[in-house]
Design a protein around this ligand. Structure first.
Ligand SMILES: Cc1cc2nc3c(=O)[nH]c(=O)nc-3n(C[C@H](O)[C@H](O)[C@H](O)COP(=O)(O)OP(=O)(O)OC[C@H]3O[C@@H](n4cnc5c(N)ncnc54)[C@H](O)[C@@H]3O)c2cc1C
Length: 418
């Protein structure tokens, strides 16, 4: 069988794979990406967060991305069924960092990253899927299927698994752990957003609190189309019979915030369904490999954290891989997994508070203290490793305290008015 030898094999050419490959390649190691699909390929997840720009910058991707003219994103607008609005502006946040990012069609964005990493000298082998890995210490031999239907082996000194929902290493080595979050379902498509310009801030991402436990996204991108989807538990969808298109059209028509804008819009593809996406695994590393991106822990789409966690984990992991290949000691638990979990756990607080409805008490209350809003804004910008921010460091207590304060204020106002 055909066998080749490289320093680092990266599985998956999504954002986590290409960011890791670029950073390791720049350090002078030989890197190759194997990717199961042919690019461009569809993947959901159009809304990025400002923190991801730091990882894209270190990977050297920003100049090429800027040339693509993707829709710029400066904040996020939350709205509820009483039409109360919480509009976050990333320029008004606690953490000093990026104040903008992009809303992108992921097929185009991921393809741009893959093309750029190839220009940097990293081969990307498409239609090449990993089917087996054998480790011997930190060295490995990976078997892949090739586009011509054959197989070959790749020997590597280290593997970065950025295989997303493929979860190659966790599945192969029995490392998967069920998520603590309940299973949810999403139904989504891209629509031709012809009425966009009738609205104030037509390009702002919209997160609509449709009813308890059910929310709808609208993410406008630069070609005049908008990603639109609904997330809930599976039971909610049972009230909407018919095809996926009929279901999504009926849900759009039932929402006072998006009905006018999206009712009757052309759908660019038959709405797709994804469900039970939350996943985790025992460890994010092992002898000779590290897991990055969605393979590690993916919580929920509500705060658009997926790509940011994907590229930030890759940025941190890639630098640790370089350190290890340089012959230095790496404490993977402390320097990687514990660090990643700080960000994951901060996001988890807000995801749980969104679904139990308590976060909405903060968002849709005009008495929310602006100083606290700025700190929450930094979380929503992806700055979930800034331990000077109490809404990161002690997220649960801060959120609980703020909700108690808002509740108390409401009672005082009600008492004074009685
Ligand atoms: C409903 C929903 C909405 C979302 N919305 C957002 C959003 O607005 N913003 C956001 O940031 N995130 C969002 N996400 C999350 C986002 O989709 C992911 O977090 C993101 O794509 C992760 O990037 P990644 O590089 O880890 O994986 P991916 O982008 O999935 O890339 C992994 C790659 O690995 C390849 N692969 C898989 N198996 C193999 C194999 N055996 N061999 C070789 N290659 C393989 C795949 O083909 C794929 O191209 C959403 C998720 C869901 C479920």
């Amino acid at each position: 069988m055909n066998t080749e030898q490289i320093d680092v094999l990266v599985i998956g050419a999504g954002p986590s794979g290409t960011v890791a490959a670029s950073i390791i390649n720049k350090a002078g190691y030989t890197v190759k990406i194997v990717e199961k699909e042919q690019f461009p390929r569809f993947v959901i997840g159009e809304s990025l967060l400002p923190r991801c720009m730091e990882a894209l910058d270190e990977a050297g991707f920003l100049p090429a991305l800027k040339e693509k003219g993707f829709q710029e994103k400066f904040g996020a607008k939350f709205i509820n069924s009483q039409k109360e609005v919480m509009d976050f502006n990333f320029s008004d946040q606690y953490t000093k960092g990026w104040t903008w990012t992009w809303q992108v069609k992921r097929a185009d964005f991921d393809h741009a990253l893959a093309q750029e990493v190839e220009k940097m000298g990293v081969p990307v082998e498409y239609k090449t899927a990993v089917t087996n890995i054998e480790f011997s210490g930190t060295d490995s031999v990976t078997t892949v299927t090739t586009p011509d239907g054959g197989t070959k082996q790749i020997k590597a000194r280290f593997i970065v698994d950025g295989s997303g929902y493929g979860r190659v290493i966790p599945r192969m080595f029995n490392m998967e752990r069920p998520s603590e979050l309940p299973s949810r379902k999403a139904l989504f498509t891209h629509v031709r957003d012809t009425r966009r310009m009738n609205y104030v801030e037509p390009n702002r991402i919209l997160i609509v609190d449709h009813q308890p436990g059910v929310w709808i996204w609208g993410i406008p991108v630069s070609d005049g189309t908008t990603s639109c989807g609904v997330v809930s538990d599976a039971k909610f969808f049972e009230d909407f019979p018919g095809t996926p298109e009929e279901q999504l059209r009926a849900i759009i028509a039932s929402d006072i915030n998006i009905k006018e804008r999206f009712e009757g819009c052309e759908f660019l593809f038959e709405p797709r369904v994804l469900q039970s996406w939350s996943a985790s695994c025992d460890k994010f590393y092992g002898d000779g490999f590290v897991l990055t991106g969605n393979v590690t822990e993916f919580l929920d789409p509500v705060f658009s954290s997926g790509v940011t966690l994907a590229v930030t984990s890759s940025q941190i992991a890639a630098n640790l891989v370089i350190k290890q290949l340089n012959g230095e000691e790496v404490d993977w638990q402390k320097e990687y997994m514990d660090r990643m979990m700080i960000g994951v756990n901060a996001f988890r607080t807000y995801v749980l508070a969104w679904y139990d409805g308590s976060l909405q008490k903060i968002f849709f209350n005009e008495d929310r203290p602006q100083d606290n809003v700025r700190k929450i804004c930094s979380v929503l910008a992806g700055y979930v490793w800034d331990d000077t921010n109490p809404f990161v460091r002690d997220s649960q207590n801060c959120v609980n305290r703020l909700i108690r304060m808002i509740d108390l204020n409401k009672k005082i106002i009600a008492f004074n008015n009685s």
